[in-house]
Design a protein around this ligand. Structure first.
Ligand code: 5GP
Length: 191
């Protein structure tokens, strides 16, 4: 078992509706030592890749992205979410259905922060159905930049995002992959 799986077992709370709450170290309080280990693990798994920018989505991806960007010494851009963002000349806009908030979000990045030819490593805290990742990939493509990899802290393997992204040929690295979880027994099985 790796450090993140151990942390999930120690501090994660399984809610009904297939939701894992990790507010104690990732989604509310942030455990800097765990963030640092996640960042080093991504750096190791994506070794040999040239990265010029880290892209994530607000809010919980930002901590991971920032620690990782420090190791690459590159900027972080976080996509913003808004129900009302319009497709305008100055923004790249995509859409993602939010699994946790059960609504459609517009996802956008201002054009100056993502440029043609950039090599972008996309990271996020969770991967479930892949909606957030697919929206960020779409935005990178709109910018004419390249997705060099996808890094996820916790993949919920019982949902379709991981399979979709791997089948599409992306280099996806998930540090903890959950196979199943039981809210009544508060048990988690990892892949
Ligand atoms: P997806 O876009 O892959 O369907 O869902 C990923 C996004 O939804 C992540 O950015 C994360 O914020 C949120 N999410 C999905 N499942 C969970 C979960 O079980 N726990 C938490 N805390 N967030 C989740």
């Amino acid at each position: 078992m790796n450090f993140l799986e151990e942390k999930i077992l120690a501090d994660g709370i399984i809610k009904s509706g297939n939701i894992l709450k990790v507010d104690n170290f990732l989604n509310h309080q942030i455990d800097i030592d765990i963030m640092r280990q996640i960042a080093y693990e991504f750096k190791r798994r994506f070794r040999g890749k040239t990265v010029t920018k880290i892209l994530t989505i607000e809010a919980s991806g930002i901590a991971i992205a920032t620690m990782l960007a420090d190791l690459y010494d590159v900027p972080v851009v976080f996509a913003k979410k808004g129900e009302t963002a319009n497709c305008t000349d100055d923004k790249y806009v995509s859409q993602a259905y939010s699994f946790t908030h059960e609504r459609m979000n517009n996802v956008f990045v201002s054009k100056p922060y993502l440029n043609e030819g950039e090599k972008v490593l996309i990271v996020d805290d969770f991967l479930a159905d892949g909606q957030a990742m697919l929206a960020m990939i779409d935005i990178v493509k709109q910018a004419g930049a390249e997705v060099v990899g996808l890094g996820v802290a916790i993949e919920k393997g019982q949902q379709k995002g991981g399979a979709t992204l791997r089948a599409a040929g992306y280099h996806l690295e998930s540090i903890a992959i959950i196979d199943s979880m039981d809210a009544d027994a508060q048990t988690v099985k990892f892949r």
